[in-house]
Design a binder for this molecule. Sequence first.
Ligand code: FES
Length: 102
Amino acid sequence: MKTIRVCNSRACSSFGADDIMQSIKKGIGLEVGDKTEEYDLDYCGCLGWCSNAPNVEVDNTKIIMDCETDSVVQRIDNGEGTDMSASEITAVPIKDDFLGDI
Ligand code: FES
């Protein structure tokens, strides 16, 4: 089963999250909140990639960025997206005396 989450926070909403959701609903034949053996469809909050809005998260691991209504379902079915489980977070060192720079 593919878990599909369409971000509907501010940036993604402004850049067409509702239209993206409509395309997905039409493409897979489900309504928001529906779940079948093949798909689980719902909205989600900000995924942290607002500059690439609208975004869709698949299986809690991939984010499909810069979604377009005519290709989003195909991109989901093709397994496209940036694999966030493989990304590494690099710690940024904070200077002990950072207040001294103000
Ligand atoms: S608002 Fe959608 S990723 Fe931030």
